[in-house]
Design a protein. Sequence first.
Length: 277
Amino acid sequence: MNEIEVKVTQTAGVIESNFEEIKEALGLQMTAYLELELNEGNIKERKADLATLRKIRKAVDDRRKEVKKTFNKPYEEFESKVKEVLAVIDEPINMIDTGLKGFEEKRVAEKIEHAKAIHAEQVGEFAEYLPFSASYKNTWKNATCSDNEIISDIQEQVVKIKNDLNVIKGLHSEIEEQLLEVYKTTGNLAAVVQKNTDYIEIKRQIEISEQQKKEADAAREAAKAEQVAEPATETVTDTEPLEVPIEEGKVTFTVSAYDAASVRQFLEFNEIEYTEG
């Protein structure tokens, strides 16, 4: 393509005026106005002076705007013609750019599909813990990103998952299946450990409650046995039955929706009656 040169003949704008003469004349007049006194007796005259000054100012500024419009007219005509030329150039630019973007989108889509295939091959049995969406890195779509880089990234992620699963299984938790589900959803080992800790604490509190109930039941039975064994020394009528205050084996828990399933599983596993409010 031949090089195109924009040839422009431009003459620096020159605006001549009698500003120095105006400034000198105005200087004398404005000094006179500045020395005028303002009091309640000459308010009308001062208002007339203000109107005169504003009229002079407007006349000067209107002349400035007129000169500017005339001065800018050649440039505005030139700018309009340049925009017409740019529009002619922009047409093939836009067409080529759109086409290139289409090819790039196709290349990226193909690269991502290729990465998915590599991912499926590398994660193997850990696919449920490492879906492609969680594994994917933006760099994988780059044309410069090699298969070895993708494989290396995935293998690093798989090693982490193996280690995390070993930690989870090492907890020997009664709710291991739930913990694994939490890990599948979040991939967050700390959240899994916290859930197990919460479960252990709830279990401890329930066991304490159960022990208190057993002790209360034993106390009640002992009180009954003592009452039966005690010899009757006199006949008593209209006596009220002996009441031994026994605490019921009842405990109230407030748990989050997140831990509710774990609590239910524990209660049902130990055949403990419960109600949800």
